[in-house]
Write a protein that binds this ligand. Structure first.
Ligand SMILES: Nc1nc2c(c(=O)[nH]1)N[C@H]1C(S)=C(S)[C@@H](COP(=O)(O)O)O[C@H]1N2
Ligand SMILES: [Mo]
Length: 394
């Protein structure tokens, strides 16, 4: 416990009103983060009922940008929220009656799961993996834990939140209903929390707001063009070759030699019909240009102009397209990004290309030379580079 005078000076600002207001902002950020995260997961592992649209082409750019920004914004909000409720987290009795037990348990789970999600997510945006588990699976599973704990927490806390929000001008202990759940302000008596207290609370709310805004601006620049210069926390906001960042270089993927080899061929396979294409063969086919963003799951994105062969035109030179999903394979010999599957809906789209050029130049090696897939409204991770094989699935 804090010494009594210090406790008296500190606890008034840590009221239920502050906790409830920061909590609402945090709840909104977490809800946005959870929904956009689910969307991203479903696009990458589509359940049968899920149909992600082809247009607008930048929708995923927006939802995934919102995912990373809302997650980063939640970090200062969680810290302020924890600070605001800190004395009550350890209020006696620690466990007590069943309702209190449920409340304590859900809080422990909630704080743990939320901190886990925010920290692993932040590290992922920095491509920094100081752990042994596989990020996406764990991050996905933990999202349900966090969301479930949050719902229980909200249900249990609803009376406190309502009481706290009903008193905008001061922060006296909430009515009896709140006490039954969380005894507020054990150290300070109501008489001690009058004069300076609303100002201190406002200062904390301002601090939470500024913290959230700074956090948002520090990552928003990696996906919002006009904020690019502000993206101090964004590892891949900088310009890569041909005006687009590179996530994984040809050297890192171990494909440099095969991509430049004279005997390079792209194999296109529809059922039994198969054809091989050199890069010159692809250049000789009708060329189409499309403006499509590359939008990485890690939150960065960039607008780009691609030129190449329309996928459906390329398939048509091999045989009739049976309206099935299509599998793309890269020159990589291992790794989880060497293949991707494109739903039939995107295969039919006129702006889905086997791209040969980027922003007016031949693709550089790091962007996928000799050719790469670029489809509208898809996560970057599914825009396979260094294509070696395109196969229409049975
Ligand atoms: N073959 C292959 N394709 C790949 C990758 C990869 O590692 N291997 N990375 C993907 C990821 S995660 C992204 S975000 C985009 C980035 O494309 P860029 O490097 O051209 O910007 O490429 C995708 N295509
Ligand atoms: Mo990515």
């Amino acid at each position: 416990m804090l010494p009594a005078p210090l406790a008296a000076a500190v606890t008034p600002t840590r009221g239920a009103g502050l906790a409830a207001r920061v909590g609402i902002a945090l709840g909104v950020a977490v809800a946005v983060c959870f929904c956009t995260g689910l969307i991203s997961h479903w696009i990458q592992h589509p359940p049968g009922w899920f149909a992600w649209p082809v247009h607008p082409v930048s929708l995923y750019r927006v939802t995934q940008g919102a995912h990373v920004i809302s997650g980063v914004v939640a970090i200062p909000l969680v810290l302020v929220k924890l600070w605001a409720v800190y004395p009550r987290l350890f209020a006696r009795p620690l466990l007590g009656n069943p309702l209190r037990l449920l409340e304590r348990g859900s809080i422990a789970l909630l704080v743990g799961a939320i901190l886990f999600q925010l920290v692993t997510g932040l590290f992922n945006t920095a491509q920094f993996y100081p752990w042994k588990f596989f990020f996406t699976t764990t991050h996905y599973a933990m999202a349900y834990v966090a969301a479930g704990a949050l719902l229980v927490h909200l249900a249990v806390k609803l009376p406190v939140v309502r009481a706290a929000l009903a008193r905008p001008e001061d922060d006296r202990p909430a009515p009896a209903v709140a006490h039954s759940v969380a005894p507020a302000h054990s150290a300070a008596s109501p008489s001690k929390m009058t004069a300076g207290q609303p100002i201190a609370r406002r200062a904390l709310l301002t601090a939470a707001g500024i913290g959230a805004a700074v956090a948002a601006l520090s990552v928003a620049g990696q996906t919002i063009p006009y904020l690019r210069w502000l993206a101090i926390l964004s590892p891949r906001s900088g310009q890569g070759p041909q005006g687009v960042p590179v996530n994984r270089t040809a050297a890192a993927a171990g494909v440099s030699d095969r991509a430049r080899a004279a005997d390079y061929r792209l194999t296109v396979d529809i059922g039994g019909d198969r054809r091989e294409f050199t890069r010159a063969d692809l250049e000789a086919l009708p060329q189409v240009t499309a403006d499509l963003p590359i939008a990485c799951v890690e939150g960065w994105s960039a607008a780009a102009r691609w030129t190449g062969v329309r996928l459906r035109d390329l398939l048509a030179t091999v045989g009739p397209y049976p309206d099935r999903d299509v599998r793309f394979e890269s020159l990589e010999t291992g790794g989880i990004y060497r293949t991707s599957i494109l739903p039939a809906r995107h295969v039919r789209a006129p702006d889905t290309l086997v791209a040969l050029r980027l922003n007016g130049e031949d693709l550089v090696l790091d962007h996928g030379y000799p050719c790469r897939l670029i489809a509208p409204n898809r996560p970057g991770v599914l825009q396979t580079k260094w294509l070696s094989r395109i196969e229409v699935l049975a």
